[in-house]
Write a protein that binds this ligand. Structure first.
Ligand code: TRP
Ligand code: SF4
Length: 404
């Protein structure tokens, strides 16, 4: 239903939680590094989302924003491959959020599973606010304003993408039939030039009057080649081809991020709230110290006691960082008490240090040049705004709000 064009656009955001750790790197970030070369990617810092839970301490957000952006850049997220921006620097998100709020049934928001969960778990905060209820609606605006086709998220966010799909459908249903639609289609056809415009009309007629599938495909291919029309125009011309004429906001799909297998230093999931993380900027000494003091199989009280790797969090690190050869050796030598735990940890320490050293060096470079980081975000935010404005213009027009 939505065009190939917007299906190729990826959007994802992270709340500014400050410095990233190995769990982020081996989950979200590695995923982004692949996506940025395969799709048109928009990655952003969801700072307004942080405000939904931290409205009493808004001044703590800024440092977390820059720390996170520095870690993205240091880890290889590229401002030339992807558009990197900060949500609050693209105020268009807020306008779309407001407009969508008009058509969002309260029940849809109250039913989102994370809503009650978080309200019950974060009892130290008063989350009886509109902003908190509207969290997933703001997220929908984030996605829809770029007409993104794919939204890489963790399993906990799939319900939010589902809500986004429902809202897009409701929006298109309510406002996709406006009289203005035909006008903007005509204008888009003119933009393609006489020859292409005529060809498009012919192919459309062949498809609609004779059901000629080949003509539909040709027309779609023709649209894909056009350089001088906007994504919005392309969406409209796609919709017009198939006779729906209603797709102002295409429905996105969630793209599940493969779960990170990275355990924390204590064997639980790596998470700042468990205080069991290795951050991307930890020095070699810090990494070494953290791993050397990791708990191991409690059965290995003495060096001569045999152990079981399956009961040891260090083994989970081997699974991620070690070669088959090392892994084979570790399993055998642990069980036979052939090595001490410190020996066993050594290759893990080396591997983590090897992975983090270039990241830490790049991070230092950005720490020393904060203006550069700000310039990257300024440029990304400008670029994002251009796209966001296009969508918003279509939205206003569809709703009959373009009387300025
Ligand atoms: N809610 C997401 C999270 O907590 C962050 C987020 C905000 C987001 N807006 C988004 C993710 C849009 C994907 C798309 O991780
Ligand atoms: Fe864990 Fe390695 Fe010690 Fe075995 S030898 S208990 S796998 S640290």
């Amino acid at each position: 239903m939505s065009s190939i064009d917007s299906q190729r656009r990826v959007l994802s955001g992270m709340r500014p939680t400050g410095r990233l750790h190995l769990g982020h790197l081996h989950g979200v970030i590695h995923n982004w590094l692949v996506l940025q070369h395969e799709y048109e990617c928009f990655f952003f810092v969801a700072d307004w989302h942080a405000l939904t839970t931290h409205y009493e301490t808004p001044h703590t957000i800024e440092d977390n924003v820059w720390d996170m952006v520095i870690d993205w850049l240091a880890a290889g997220v590229s401002p030339t491959a992807a558009t990197l921006f900060v949500q609050s620097q693209v105020p268009e998100h807020a306008e779309l959020h407001l407009l969508l709020s008009m058509i969002t049934p309260l029940g849809w928001l109250e039913r989102v599973p994370s809503y009650k969960d978080m309200q019950e778990n974060l009892t130290e905060k008063d989350l009886n606010t509109y902003g908190f209820l509207g969290y997933p609606l703001l997220q929908s605006a984030d996605i829809l304003i770029y007409r993104a086709g794919l939204v890489p998220v963790g399993a906990d966010q799939v319900a939010h993408v589902e809500l986004t799909r429902e809202l897009a459908r409701r929006f298109n249903h309510l406002y996709g039939k406006s009289a203005d639609f035909e006008d903007s289609v005509k204008a888009a056809i003119v933009k393609m030039g006489k020859k292409v415009g005529k060809l498009y009309d012919e192919l459309r007629r062949k498809y609609q009057e004779q059901g000629d599938q080949g003509a539909l495909e040709k027309a779609q291919a023709l649209l894909m080649e056009q350089q001088n029309i906007t994504v919005g125009d392309r969406e409209r011309l796609y919709g017009y081809l198939e006779g729906s004429g209603k797709i102002i906001l295409p429905e996105p799909a969630a793209k599940l991020t493969p779960a990170a297998r990275m355990p924390g230093l204590d064997g639980r999931k790596m998470s700042k709230s468990y205080d069991n993380v290795i951050t991307l900027r930890d020095s070699a000494d810090e990494v070494s110290k953290k791993i050397r003091t990791m708990p191991t199989d409690p059965a290995r009280v003495r060096r001569t006691d045999p152990g079981d790797p399956d009961k040891c969090p260090v083994w989970q690190f081997h699974e991620i960082f070690s070669s088959d050869e090392t892994k084979g050796f570790v399993r055998q030598a642990c069980r036979s008490a052939g090595i001490g735990c410190l020996d066993c940890k050594k290759p893990v320490i080396d591997a983590v240090v090897r992975e983090l050293t270039p990241i830490r060096e790049r991070a230092r470079h950005f720490e020393e040049n904060p203006d550069m980081v700000k310039a990257i975000i300024l440029e990304g935010s400008e670029k994002a705004r251009d796209t966001a404005r296009d969508t918003l213009q279509d939205v206003r027009q569809a709703m009959g709000l373009n009387y300025r």
